[in-house]
Ligand binder design. Structure first.
Ligand code: BGC
Length: 738
């Protein structure tokens, strides 16, 4: 497997020989310099940093975005350092640089690789215009815990979906040729297991059996490696007792030897020296040793490599050949980026940031990311012609900052278009808009404006409330134990609902929130995540029917936080619950005997079902699934099978639907999930239109890791479903014979 998709200049042989030539001329201190990534000064070059660059003691800088400063750093490297090796310039361009896209979890709700690739393309070109050549994205940690703040940065709970969408992001950032202007290196992070932090508390320990690592958490990373991602980042977490950054099984046995990955592996921020805090190493020297032995090519932010590697080589604990291999990977990436030929950035050669086309792509992404969770009596879309007045209420209705979400180092809220601005622009000429904020922030509990909110609702024909959680409530180190709507937003919704007017909730959040307590109060609910710069216009177009919602949940919505982890691809257990066995404790008589309750797997106070299942999302069309058939009743190993079903739009308007294919392998050497996503496709159907869809599965697509950690497809019986969510009911079966 090659590190990146293609090489921009000359053959890979010539890169190899150029790299070998450099290595033969480099001193050990210069090699260690290449393995060190240091912080930029934030708009200037501190003298000690300039001196380190000049001395060849830095391979990469992160968190500097001033193009003149970056050009000057490259100039010092190229003209004043002995060997003239340019710098990798890293930055967290997670869901946009200046044009901010929906948070990654929101983008994942589009289930649309093309949309995601286009977003990453825009982000890369904007970032490259100031000299950034490396982003720390995509984050493809499979996560099944909405308490974890970093779920916002993830692509959701499913390894297949994360893999497909993560690969699309890699393609968008890197293109097919890293040397092309506007292409930047992507980074698959955080390798691995970080999404399984105990208790959903960031940085916490992850304990994941190897079989589950392979069948779930590693799969998207394998997909990213196969898509040619140029770098990997090690996770902060302690994985089964060994921090990922020093985990030789993960980094060396698996990533390098088993997968043959040849790209650069960078540590996370100070995760090398944090191994001592974990209690895995005694001091920075030992931490540097363990990280190198695991195969971490570059240390981010801390300086244990700079401080200790020379000594470790002198003591012969680390071989020079090991250092050379690591440096070669870093230099190879620099050649692939074309940095030696073109170390400087000329902004004039790049399109302007925030240009019309970029904003249009961001708006399309936001449209596709919104998920319609409820739409009683076709409350939505609102018909402008039927309305004289609309109330617009809520702390997030006109907040240009909070709609951007987490990880927007370079985003600027003044470019955001809010819901209020967009609704005014769209309908303001004919419809009176009664705006009341209601609560100062999503956390406020002051009821002062409740009266004004209720009277605005009473004098309006319909009410749009924009509520949710502020952007700081998700993201790194921002986990929550209670994932209800914060503050007194539920009370505000209840008060406004008493007006009896059609009530539409728009919810902006970085995670699935437990919204069961407000669902009944609303006639319609549109989940917008944190939708980015163009969130307002996207939401306005959806509310007023210029667009039909088409997003689908990339993650299960729990009914109660105590159900977490709750996800669709769970195991069956020996005692699965059903509607007949599941009992609610309020119905249980006093002095009930211990064994009176069905004896199956459920919570007495929350049942066994989520609030909304993975893959769910309504639209203004109405999609029915019928006539599922398989091309064969039995196939042999190595064969393919076609699964067909008809999808009909019985609704009154043209709409897009994400058709999903799920499979269950009934018996396995290790127990298999009750359903696994194996394919999906976005289609558009006119009213009354019917399309027969075909999904083709190869028996390799049904492979999993068995008890011996071998990837196998086992003969046996399979169920297959086609539908509009993981609750799909239309099913068929087939067999794989020996
Ligand atoms: C995060 C990474 C990020 C890095 C650089 C760390 O704290 O975990 O995801 O790329 O910082 O900013």
């Amino acid at each position: 497997m090659s590190a990146v998709i293609s090489i921009n200049s000359g053959s890979s042989d010539s890169i190899e020989s150029k790299v070998a030539d450099f290595i033969s001329r480099m001193g050990l201190d210069e090699k260690i310099g290449q393995m060190s990534q240091l912080q930029g000064g934030g708009g200037w070059i501190p003298d000690d940093l300039a001196e380190s660059i000049r001395a060849g003691r830095v391979g990469s800088i992160l968190n500097e975005v001033n193009v003149e400063v970056l050009n000057e750093m490259q100039r010092i490297c190229v003209e004043e350092s002995r060997l003239g090796i340019p710098l990798l310039i890293g930055r967290d361009v997670i869901h946009g640089f200046k044009t901010i896209f929906p948070i990654p979890l929101g983008q994942a709700a589009s289930w649309d690789p093309e949309t995601i690739e286009a977003g990453a393309r825009v982000s890369a070109s904007e970032a490259a215009s100031v000299g950034i050549n490396w982003t720390f994205a995509p984050m493809i940690d499979v996560t099944r815990d909405p308490r974890w703040g970093r779920i916002a940065e993830s692509l959701g709970e499913d390894p297949y979906l994360c893999g497909v969408l993560g690969a699309a992001m890699v393609k968008g950032f890197q293109t097919d040729d890293l040397g092309e202007p506007g292409s930047i290196v992507a980074c698959a992070k955080h390798f691995a297991g970080y999404g399984a932090a105990e208790g959903g508390r960031d940085y916490n320990t992850a304990n994941i059996p190897e079989n589950e690592m392979r069948n779930v958490h590693l799969r998207p990373f394998k997909a990213a490696a196969e898509a040619g991602v140029g770098s990997f980042m090690s996770a902060f977490c302690d994985l089964n007792g060994v921090p990922a950054t020093g985990n030789t099984w993960l980094m060396d046995d698996l990533l390098r030897k088993e997968w043959g990955y040849e790209g650069v592996v960078v540590s996370d921020w100070e995760s090398v020296v944090e191994m001592s805090v974990h209690g895995f190493t005694h001091d920075d020297e030992e931490a540097a040793y363990e990280a190198v032995m695991a195969g971490i090519d570059m240390e981010m932010a801390s300086s244990s490599y700079l401080d200790h590697l020379e000594g470790l080589v002198a003591q012969d604990k680390i071989k020079l050949a090991q250092i050379d291999t690591m440096v070669a990977r870093i230099l190879t990436l620099k050649f692939e980026l074309g940095l030696f030929e073109k170390p400087y950035t000329d902004q004039k050669e790049h399109a302007a940031v925030l240009n019309k086309s970029n904003l249009k792509i961001a708006k399309e992404a936001a449209v596709k990311s919104c998920v319609l969770l409820k739409n009683e009596n076709n409350t939505l879309p609102l018909a402008q012609s039927d309305l004289a007045t609309v109330a617009l209420i809520g702390p997030l209705a006109d907040d240009d900052y909070e709609q951007l979400g987490t990880w927007i180092f370079d985003g600027e809220s003044q470019h955001s278009v809010t819901c209020k601005q967009a609704v005014e622009e769209l309908i303001g000429r004919t419809v009176e808009i009664n705006y009341v904020k209601g609560l100062e922030t999503t956390r406020s509990n002051n009821h002062e404006e409740f009266g004004a909110a209720v009277s605005a609702a009473e004098k309006s024909d319909a009410v749009i409330m924009v509520v949710g959680e502020e952007s700081f409530m998700s993201g790194e180190a921002h986990s929550r134990a209670n994932i209800d709507l914060p503050g007194h937003q539920a009370e505000l919704i209840e008060a406004v609902a008493s007006s009896g007017k059609p009530l539409i909730l728009v919810i902006m959040a970085g995670r699935p929130l437990t919204i069961g307590n407000v669902l009944d109060k609303a006639d319609a609910v549109l989940y917008a995540w944190h939708p980015g710069t163009m969130g307002g216009p996207a939401i306005a177009d959806l509310l007023f029917g210029l667009e039909s919602p088409s997003g689908k949940l990339p993650v299960t919505f729990p009914l109660a936080v105590g159900q977490v982890p709750i996800f669709y691809a769970h195991k069956n257990t020996g005692r699965p619950a059903t509607d007949h066995t599941c009992v609610n404790m309020d119905e249980v008589p006093a002095r009930a005997p211990q064994t009176s309750l069905g004896m199956t797997s459920f919570h007495l106070d929350a049942g066994y079902k989520p609030l909304f299942p993975f893959g769910f999302g309504l639209s203004y069309g109405n999609f029915k699934y019928v006539k599922i058939t398989t091309s064969h009743s039995s196939i042999g190993l190595g064969d393919t099978i076609d699964i067909h079903a008809d999808v009909i739009n019985t609704g009154a308007r043209e709409a897009e639907e994400v058709v999903q294919l799920y499979v269950r392998d009934l018996v396995g050497d290790v127990t298999r999930p009750v359903k696994e996503l194996k394919g999906f496709r976005r289609i558009s159907l006119k009213p009354g239109e019917r399309e027969r869809l075909c999904f083709t599965l190869h028996t390799d697509d049904l492979a999993f890791y068995n008890r011996k950690m071998e990837l196998v497809t086992e003969p046996g019986k399979f169920h297959v479903w086609i539908g509009g969510s993981s609750d799909a009911e239309l099913w068929a079966d087939f067999e794989i014979h020996d």
